[in-house]
Design a protein around this ligand. Structure first.
Ligand code: ZN
Length: 290
C-alpha cells in the first residue's frame, strides 16, 4: 500500500468520524416584536443561552410594531426544529394574522417543537388551539370558559373548575422551583429544589390542560398576595405530534441569569425540538434545602 493511499484512507476515516461525532445544530427560531415585557433585552440573552449549549443555531423573527400592518408577518415555522415565543398580544399588543395562527397549528400539530417563555403564557386568549398548545394560560380575560385552574396538591395535579379570572402574580420574591416529575428528560438529574428569583411567581393559570405534564411547581405565598397553592412553573404539553415546553420563569434579564431559569430553558428547548436532552446537568447547579 502506498503512503499516498494510506494518507487518503486516513483522511476519509477522519472526516467520516468527525461527521458522526459532531451532531448538526438544531434550528431554533425566537419570535418577538411585541410584548408587555422587555423583549429587546431578553431575546439576545435567550439566544445566547441556547447557543452556549452548542446544540442550537438561532434565528429571530421580529414582528412589526404594535398597530402596524401585521399581514406580512409569517415566519417560516416549518424551517425550524423549535420555535420560542417571546411574544404576547395581551397588555397592548396585536394578534397575528390568521394565516400565521394556522401555520403554527400545523407546525406544532405536525411534530414541531414550541417553547412558551414567561409572558407568552398570557398570549392569544382568543385562540383556542394556542390555549391547547400551552395547556394553561393567564390574563387577557381568561376565566372558567377557558378551562380549569391547574395546581399541585397532596402529590398530584388538581384540575379545579371553580369560576374566576385566570392569571395573577404577587410582587417579586425569591422562591424554590420544586421538581415534581423527576423522570422526564428535562428534569432528570436536577436537584429536587432549585432556588430562583426574585421573580414574578405566576399563579391561578387555567386552560384546557389536555395532555399536560407538570414538571415543577413553586409555592405562591398567600401573605404576599399569592394563591396559597403550589403553582405550575415548568410544564410540557403533547399537541398532536408536537411537543410544547412552557416556562413561567424569567420576567427580565436579571431573572434569566438564574441557573434555575437557564438550565431548564436550555433543556426544555432541546426536548421540545427532539424529545431528548443530551446536555449534561451542570456540576455547580445550586440546590435548596427542604
Ligand atoms: Zn413578567
Amino acid at each position: 500500500m502506498s503512503r499516498r493511499f494510506c494518507l487518503a484512507a486516513l483522511t476519509v476515516w477522519a472526516l467520516t468520524a468527525a461527521t458522526a461525532w459532531a451532531e448538526p445544530p438544531l434550528k431554533a427560531l425566537i419570535v418577538d416584536g411585541q410584548n408587555n415585557h422587555n423583549w429587546r433585552e431578553t431575546t439576545p440573552v435567550l439566544k445566547s443561552q441556547l447557543e452556549e449549549t452548542g446544540r442550537f443555531a438561532v434565528d429571530v423573527a421580529t414582528s412589526p410594531p404594535r398597530g402596524e400592518d401585521m399581514s406580512g408577518f409569517q415566519p417560516d415555522f416549518a424551517a425550524y426544529d423549535v420555535v420560542v415565543l417571546n411574544y404576547t398580544d395581551v397588555g397592548g399588543g396585536d394578534r397575528w394574522p390568521e394565516a400565521t395562527e394556522r401555520a403554527l397549528e400545523e407546525y406544532v400539530g405536525g411534530g414541531g417543537g414550541l417553547v412558551s417563555y414567561h409572558a407568552a403564557g398570557s398570549a392569544f386568549p382568543h385562540w383556542d388551539e394556542y390555549n391547547k398548545m400551552i395547556g394553561i394560560g393567564g390574563w387577557g380575560g381568561r376565566n372558567e370558559r377557558h378551562g380549569p385552574y391547574v395546581y399541585w396538591e397532596d402529590g398530584r395535579v388538581v384540575r379545579d373548575d371553580s369560576p374566576g379570572p385566570g392569571g395573577s402574580h404577587a410582587g417579586q420574591h425569591p422562591f424554590d422551583v420544586v421538581i415534581r416529575q423527576a423522570d422526564h428528560p428535562i428534569t432528570r438529574g436536577l436537584p429536587e429544589r432549585i432556588p430562583h428569583g426574585p421573580d414574578e411567581l405566576f399563579a391561578r393559570f387555567r386552560g384546557p390542560a389536555e395532555n399536560l405534564t407538570v414538571l415543577a411547581t413553586a409555592y405562591s405565598l398567600p401573605d404576599r398576595g399569592g394563591s396559597g397553592r403550589h403553582e405550575p412553573m415548568l410544564m410540557t404539553v403533547q399537541y398532536g405530534e408536537g411537543r410544547v415546553f412552557q416556562t413561567m420563569l424569567g420576567h427580565g434579564v436579571p431573572q434569566l441569569a438564574s441557573p434555575a431559569f437557564q438550565v431548564t430553558f436550555q433543556r426544555g428547548t432541546e426536548w421540545a425540538a427532539t424529545g431528548k436532552v443530551t446536555q449534561p446537568v451542570p456540576d455547580d447547579l445550586p440546590a435548596a434545602e427542604d
